[in-house]
Design a protein. Sequence first.
Length: 233
Amino acid sequence: MRRRLALWLIPFGLSAAVPSGAEIVVLDDGRFLQASRYQLDGDRMRIELEVGGELTLPLLRIARIVEDEVSDPAAINGMLEPLPLDLGFSEAAGVPEVPFGQYIFEFSRAVNINPALVVAVVRAESAFDPGAVSSKGARGLMQLMPATGKRLGVVPAELFDPEINLHAGVTYLGQLIDRYADDLPLVLAAYNAGEGAVDRHNGVPPYKETQDYIRRIYSFLGISEAAEESSGS
């Protein structure tokens, strides 16, 4: 049975209506705000608030930034169905034939995760580029935010080290798998939009970005039929 987790987000700086193109900035303490735009400046983020004004925050305060573009709630229905993928580790899978495959295999075994899932996430997040930096401040192979790295005992500069980034990212995936009882759509939604968004919506959030992210991972895992069904086609 899927776990239902307590709501812990506290509304902060919200406007009544969300215009197209707005962003949700989730802070490390669970609060969130709506931004009309943002700009990365080294280890800080300048945020223009939807309600007016702006502020600059260190990246260590920002857990996630997600596009606040809402999809038809019916579009997520197919994502809630069980999927034909064992999330557990198996030696039979062998070392993935991808960059950093040995690290992926070893760290996946350590936390009992199917290496194929890790490969799909790395492919979607950075295309195996250890130096990748997103406009939202996510870093490295698994595109971890500095705030997420901090939770895992990793300082921002270390997120560009392939071994450290993969170890932290795989550990985080393992935590999400445990938290959401092997429910892959919720695991991927939380990885993309944060646990708070999943908890607040009591399931996969209705964000187009997050739903597209899940479909992309499905495709990389070779379960595109489930992805097509979940899109309502």
